[in-house]
Design a binder for this molecule. Structure first.
Ligand SMILES: Cc1cc2nc3c(=O)[nH]c(=O)nc-3n(C[C@H](O)[C@H](O)[C@H](O)COP(=O)(O)OP(=O)(O)OC[C@H]3O[C@@H](n4cnc5c(N)ncnc54)[C@H](O)[C@@H]3O)c2cc1C
Length: 401
């Protein structure tokens, strides 16, 4: 990346309120667009209606793509092709923020689709090799294999001969991607998904970590701390890592499928895997940060969150241990288009920061965009914070003129 890192002890006083730093990369027009989008997504009914309407309009072949591309897609995604998202990578790189290219094609359910996704993932890993602005890559396991197959394996159900063959192909695709990441020396984050496919994902991720993380963490698995069982699992992973002598790569997030998880548990009458309250989730998240700090010799972490208190907790724990801001085992990460006040201010203070940057055809990114919009409406306080900082920066620019 362009600017040298500051090898100083972590600064507990870093401010997330400096909107000039947060939005330096945005023109007045872009800022106005963000203001409109976050203003609209405040209304949950409107968001649900617009998400469905966009899907329907695209399916009917109505010419709405340019409008989606110029608005919500522009806010949350890098572009459809390399040329478009390369500009975003450079812009983020200028602010010392790394990009994690997120190939956001969801819902593929055939072998040809899995093969083509694997090809694209290998291409991204190759691109990351020579680009210091791409510190790592990421993937969804169910993008290279059937969701139903992951579900069956997670439930320990018997497989047909064809399914056994299909599973072998999933493993082989994954091995190729992890091997390429290892050769490129760039970590790959394996995203966490719905709990009913996660057991199979966990098993594969553990196998890859034990194989490729001998010297440093190349393969990272993800813990969703809205689940009440994840810190126990974290401790088990640490114990295994210590016994077998490899490094543990962990991304921690709160979790994106809350309503789906609760609905399913209710429908099938089992105990919901999700914490009862937001406060419980916050407590579990912060506990995982503390577990990490206590095991920093064998764990490398990506703290994927827009929660200022959780970021601040890690900063304070780093300061208490006198760790440098850019400790190689610690990355802060936010989604592109969200919480720029956290990303840009942390990067300015010399912390390792990256943004998940989704890209792909507009039609294929719709489920991701709908999740972002719906998630934002569901998070009490988050949207008002996004709006609050945009309004503050617009005011600041007006008075600075
Ligand atoms: C870099 C990055 C990578 C990500 N990767 C993944 C991934 O692999 N898998 C995935 O699932 N998500 C992933 N996410 C999405 C992440 O889960 C959401 O951003 C997250 O849900 C928002 O949490 P927060 O910590 O940013 O914010 P906060 O606003 O503090 O927390 C909101 C979250 O708290 C939880 N929550 C809200 N209400 C309740 C309640 N009543 N009871 C219990 N819990 C509640 C939910 O998880 C909700 O999303 C990723 C996010 C980032 C930034």
């Amino acid at each position: 990346m362009s600017r040298p890192k500051k090898h100083e002890a972590a600064d507990a006083a870093v401010s997330f309120e400096d909107t000039e730093v947060a939005f330096k990369h945005k023109s007045d027009r872009d800022l106005w667009l963000s203001y409109l989008i976050f203003g609209l997504t405040k209304n949950p009914f409107l968001v649900k209606f617009l998400s469905q309407a966009a899907k329907w309009a695209l399916a009917m072949g109505l010419p709405v793509k340019p409008l989606i591309k110029a608005t919500v897609f522009k806010q949350f995604c890098g572009g459809e092709q390399n040329k478009e998202y390369s500009e975003v990578i450079c812009k983020l790189g200028d602010a010392d923020i790394g990009t994690i290219l997120d190939y956001s094609v969801e819902g593929t359910e055939d072998e040809a689709g899995f093969e083509s996704t694997q090809k694209e993932l290998l291409r991204i890993v190759e691109q990351s090799k020579s680009d210091p602005n791409i510190p790592c890559t990421c993937m969804k396991m169910t993008a290279i294999g059937s969701f139903d197959l992951f579900k069956k394996i997670s439930a320990n159900e018997p497989l047909s001969t064809e399914e056994i063959q299909a599973w072998e192909k999933v493993k082989s695709r994954l091995e190729d991607i992890c091997e390429a990441s290892y050769q490129a020396g760039k970590p790959i984050y394996i995203d966490a998904e719905e709990s009913w496919v996660q057991t199979a994902i966990d098993e594969l991720a553990e196998e890859m970590m034990s194989r490729y993380n001998r010297v440093k963490a190349i393969v990272f698995t993800t813990l969703q701390l809205y689940r009440w069982d994840r810190n126990d699992y974290f401790l088990q992973l640490i114990q295994r890592t210590r016994t077998e002598g490899y490094k543990l790569g962990i991304k921690i997030v709160r979790g994106a499928y809350l309503e789906k998880e609760r609905d399913r548990a209710k429908r099938y009458g089992y105990r919901s895997p999700i914490n009862a309250t937001k406060e419980d989730t916050d407590r579990e998240y912060d506990k995982s940060v503390e577990i990490f700090i206590g095991n920093i010799d064998v764990v490398e972490i990506c703290v994927g969150t827009h929660n200022e208190a959780s970021c601040r907790l890690l900063i304070e724990l780093m300061a208490a241990k006198d760790l440098p801001n850019d400790h190689p085992h610690i990355y802060f990460s936010q989604l592109y288009g969200m919480s720029d006040n956290i990303s840009f201010n942390l990067a300015k203070a010399g912390y390792n920061v990256s943004k998940y940057l989704p890209f792909g055809p507009v039609e294929s990114t719709l489920p991701y965009l709908a999740r972002r919009a719906e998630e934002n409406t569901a998070i009490a306080g988050q949207m008002s914070k996004e709006l609050e900082i945009i309004v503050k920066e617009r005011e600041r620019r007006k008075t600075a003129q």
